[in-house]
Design a protein around this ligand. Structure first.
Ligand code: T1G
Length: 696
């Protein structure tokens, strides 16, 4: 046939193998070749039935997202998977779709265009399009309701979750579970059904007629209460069309809705993030996998909030962990935290009780270094003090084996300075987990000046095993995240000093899509901690500090935020923020001392100050090489700092509104507030002038 699909004959059964590595993505070319192959076999008199399967590790993991990105950008013709799939369905010879690995999105749509589906037990089937801001666009919203019923189909499309083969069989999506090898099973099945009448999915209307409209209404009501999603609403509209319209008209309605989603900023942002998350895993100049340092067993030093979160993250991924603390008492508190983490996971149905107990059993709490000579990696999560960390590194170096990796969970200290304590800088690295470390999916991997590249690669691969988005960050103060987040927090504080209320600042950023406002972040991490971080930065870059008088005043008043019940806001037992009655007076007093007049500040200015300062700092991080690519900064902020995924991350957002617009805003603030804080990053100025983009 051609390099995308292969055709072979197995006596009276024709076999079509899709071969489009790495995941047999269903590009328009693959769909056309597949349909042509089926048609060719259907015309072969010696053939009574046809089997379609995927080569390699999977069936079809969806339409080709790269092609979708080009279509969305107007660089490729509209998607047409509908007609090739329809011609497969029109085959006069029965077509059996043999599924292993993933049948997702366009992959499941291709499977449903067949007349039968058999799947191995481990197969995953689902409609994840909504995660890309899309809906199924190859007839899926019309065929799926015919197989599993409209309500089930709607749930699958608005949730985007995948399901196992058995659940799919029970729902009527799969006909049989293929025990043993897939192809021989599918060939036997294809012979069994060869003489049965063809049943086209599009003709199977019985489940459409038995729909309960109230249930669909309930789903629509639920979607209305969730964060706005054009794709979810569009999916419900398309499913509704499957009930009300003939198949072909329903497909046209689906195509309209699909194309509207594809043009949306949400979808472009989601597709950008899909590839950004995968690109972040690649280290330029370092090909191949990190086999030299395989991480099978680890140790964690320090059972505080970070240490117990990190231990839980390793244990829940099935990696045995030694957890060391200085006292039985501290160890006891740590293990109680860890058990509570697992209880929560069981409570949310993410783990069975037995699995949780097995995971906890894989943790060995101790107050000495017994067994440390057998581990492949040690992560220190002790108090954030250089001397303390250097001492721990020195002790570890005397205990662990030569090939063991030593990692520090510092969030603000110099990795090279910490490594100097270990005497093995080539095997020392920063692993910056985010709290709670067993939940947050971001991991900043921070190589020092002498860190062996294979050590970095091993930690990146380990990050993927932990289900994290691992991003390489340069060993500069604040790495990527804290560095760019600092001006965002700074502007939030200054805006209150200049006249905005705390609530106005927080609400404006939450409306923009941030997980929480900058002042709410200060209150969560602690005013004392925020002030400490400012001091840390001040030591490495004194010029960059313009202290917030109000932050100082809160600190002097002992108002450290949630932990003291008062900070920028007041917090009762329910931890809900309420206005801090003292703050307005503090701000007026501060303004009087500074000789400034507080003013009304618009939500737009609030957002622009916080977000543009972050973007400007992001550009500095990029130009100095602290991040490999702009999309890495997007991954960091979406998965570590609550930046809205539907905006694609700060650098992608900047590209969407135009770098000339961002530059103009930054220059405007520079005129008003000075160059020390608002000097445009040279890269931003250059790209804005040349019409370039960060992701260009
Ligand atoms: N299109 C193009 N490339 C894809 C792809 C796809 N659908 N899926 C994966 N890749 C690439 C990926 O970029 C990476 O490339 C490599 O494959 C391995 O991926 C019309 C509109 C299947 C669970 O949303 O969820 O169908 O970085 O690192 O961890 O209705 O990939 O090596 O160069 O993720 O083993 C719907 C997307 C599309 C599923 C495997 N489908 N894929 O995970 O490998 S929209 C999806 C995944 C659609 C139709 C609509 C995962 C996976 P590179 P990986 P993995």
């Amino acid at each position: 046939m051609n390099e995308l699909v292969r055709v072979s004959l197995q006596d009276d059964v024709g076999v079509v193998t899709i071969d489009n590595p790495p995941v047999n993505a269903l590009s328009s070319a693959v769909a056309k070749s597949l349909a042509a192959a089926v048609l060719e076999l259907a015309g072969n008199d010696s053939i009574r039935s046809i089997v379609v399967l995927g080569s390699g590790s999977t069936f079809i993991a969806g339409a080709d997202i790269r092609e979708l990105a080009q279509i969305g950008a107007g660089e490729a013709p509209p998607l047409d998977l509908l007609s090739p799939l329809k011609s497969i369905e029109d085959s006069p010879k029965p077509v059996v779709m043999a599924i292993h690995g993933a049948a997702l999105g366009g992959g499941l749509e291709a499977a449903m265009s067949g007349h039968y589906r058999v799947a191995v037990p481990g197969a995953q089937l689902g409609m994840p399009e909504v995660k890309l801001g899309l809906i199924p666009g190859a007839g899926g919203t019309q065929r799926l309701p015919r197989l599993v019923g409209p309500v089930q189909a709607a749930e699958m499309c608005i949730e985007g979750r995948s399901m196992g083969a058995r659940e799919a069989r029970d729902l009527g999506l799969v006909d049989e579970i293929a025990e043993g090898e897939l192809l021989p099973y599918a060939l036997r099945f294809a012979r069994q059904i060869a003489s049965r009448p063809i049943r086209k999915t599009r003709d199977r209307d019985e489940k459409l007629r038995s729909v309960d409209p109230a249930k669909l209404q309930a789903l629509r009501a639920r979607v209305a209460t969730e964060p706005p999603s054009r794709a979810r609403v569009a999916a419900l509209d398309a499913i509704q069309a499957s009930i009300e319209l003939p198949f072909d008209t329903g497909c046209q309605r689906e195509a309209e809705l699909f194309n509207a989603c594809l043009q949306s900023v949400e979808s472009r942002a989601a597709i950008h993030l899909f590839f950004a998350e995968r690109a972040a895993a690649k280290i330029p100049g370092l090909a191949g996998s990190p086999k030299r340092f395989e991480i099978r067993k680890v140790a964690v030093v320090g059972a505080g909030t970070m240490g117990t979160g990190i231990t839980t993250a390793f244990a829940q991924s099935g990696i045995p962990v030694l957890l060391k603390e200085v006292s039985e008492e501290a160890l006891g508190r740590g293990m109680a935290n860890i058990r509570a983490n697992f209880d929560r996971a069981v409570g949310k149905g993410r783990l069975t009780q037995q699995a949780a107990e097995d995971r906890v059993a894989g943790i060995h709490p101790q107050i000495d270094f017994t067994g440390f000579e057998q581990v492949d990696l040690v992560v220190e999560a002790v108090f954030e003090d250089l001397a303390v960390k250097q001492t721990v590194m020195a002790d570890l170096s005397k205990t662990v084996r030569p090939e063991c990796i030593l990692a520090t969970n510092t969030s603000s200290l110099d990795v090279d300075a910490i490594a100097s304590g270990s005497g093995r800088a080539d095997k020392t690295i920063g692993l910056h987990f985010f709290s709670p470390a067993n939940v947050m999916r971001l991991l900043e991997v921070v190589p020092g000046a002498q860190t062996d590249p294979d050590v970095t690669a091993a930690c990146m691969a380990m990050g993927k095993r932990l289900g994290k988005f691992a991003v390489v960050a340069g060993n500069r103060p604040g790495f990527i995240g804290n560095r760019a987040f600092r001006p965002y927090l700074r502007e939030g504080r200054f805006l209150v000093e200049e006249g905005a209320s705390v609530e106005e600042v927080n609400e404006a950023l939450v409306r923009f899509g941030m997980g929480m406002g900058p002042l709410a972040v200060d209150d969560l991490i602690g005013i004392d901690v925020s002030r400490h971080i400012e001091e840390q930065f001040g030591r490495s870059d004194p010029a960059s500090v313009r202290r917030s008088a109000l932050l100082e005043a809160l600190y002097r008043a002992g108002s450290f935020g949630q932990k003291t019940g008062r900070g920028w806001s007041d917090y009762g037992a329910d931890r809900k923020p309420r206005p801090n009655p003292e703050l307005a007076a503090l701000a007026e007093d501060d303004a009087a001392k500074a000789g400034t007049k507080r003013r009304h500040i618009s939500p737009d200015e609030i957002v622009d100050r916080c977000i543009c300062s972050l973007i400007n700092e992001g550009a500095r991080i990029l130009e100095e090489g602290t991040a490999y690519r702009a999309s890495d900064i997007d991954v960091v902020f979406v998965h570590g700092y609550g930046f809205p995924a539907w905006r694609g991350g700060p650098m992608f957002y900047a590209d969407t509104i135009g770098l000339d617009t961002v530059l103009a805003k930054v220059q405007g603030f520079q005129e008003r507030f000075g160059s020390d804080l608002w000097a445009p990053a040279p890269l931003l100025a250059e790209l804005a002038r040349s019409g370039g983009t960060f992701s260009g």
